[in-house]
Write a protein that binds this ligand. Structure first.
Ligand SMILES: [Zn+2]
Length: 246
């Protein structure tokens, strides 16, 4: 399954059964935010095709965080888009290069198999290539502050907690906020719909992740594109309050 929805001018939200990514266009050029599981690589390529762009038109891939469900499709994609840079926060770039790993281990998953939805989710992600060791040696740190000189003019907002360099991307012109796994709207392992925090065992530092949500609250944004779950329309401050209140 691959569903692509244009949510704003030049902003395309791609949803699969397991994870989402976003494509930002300006003229012929594209910025991609996140890249799915390893087995999603053909779907990432298909999503570019569906919005009428070729891999050579991909200028950069921004990474919210370097978990296998968000960078898994990158190695295959970069092979066909050698000009694309991979950018994220300084800390997350190191994570993407696998200088360290902050991801739930198979042992963590096994300890949580009794929870609703965890077993079917685990079977799904194994098929999606979650056990594959993925690293992105080309990942670079974003330098400077403010909007990036890339399609979509995204503004990085570092929100440590889910991983210690987790980064959201805000598009002030369209009121879009790409929240990654800092704020989601659904997940195989969740029984609720709407703005929420991800299931606790996925967070590297649960407390920091809660604090980081406060950084999103003041942003002028009312179209939220999460790493998991559908698009959410409504002020980000309300979505953050809902998520923290659950
Ligand atoms: Zn995720």
């Amino acid at each position: 399954m691959l569903r692509i929805t244009q949510v704003a001018d030049g902003v395309h939200f791609a949803e699969t059964k397991g994870v989402n990514w976003t494509l930002l266009t300006e003229g012929d050029s594209v910025t991609l935010v996140d890249a799915g599981y390893p087995a999603d690589a053909p779907l990432v390529a298909a999503s570019l095709d569906r919005i009428g762009r070729r891999p050579e038109q991909l200028l950069a891939v921004l990474v919210t965080h370097a978990h296998v469900d968000h960078i898994g499709g990158l190695p295959a994609l970069l092979a066909s888009a050698p000009g694309a840079r991979v950018l994220t926060s300084e800390r997350e770039a190191r994570h993407a290069r696998r200088e360290f790993l902050e991801q739930a281990t198979p042992r963590d998953v096994a300890a949580n198999l009794w929870r609703p939805g965890v077993l079917p989710w685990a079977l799904h992600i194994i098929r999606a290539g979650a056990l594959k060791k993925v690293s992105v040696p080309a990942a670079e740190a974003i330098t400077g502050t403010g909007p990036l000189d890339l399609p979509g003019r995204p503004v990085p907002v570092v929100t440590p907690g889910h991983t210690s360099g987790h980064t959201c991307y805000h598009l002030p012109d369209t009121g879009v906020l790409i929240t990654g796994d800092a704020l989601v709207t659904g997940h195989w392992t969740s029984r609720i719909d709407g703005p929420q925090r991800i299931t606790p065992f996925f967070d590297h530092d649960r407390e920091a992740a809660g604090t980081a949500l406060g950084l999103l609250r003041p942003l002028p944004a009312d179209i939220l594109l999460p790493g998991h779950g559908p698009v959410h329309r409504g002020p980000v401050a309300e979505a953050v309050d809902t998520a923290l209140g659950r």
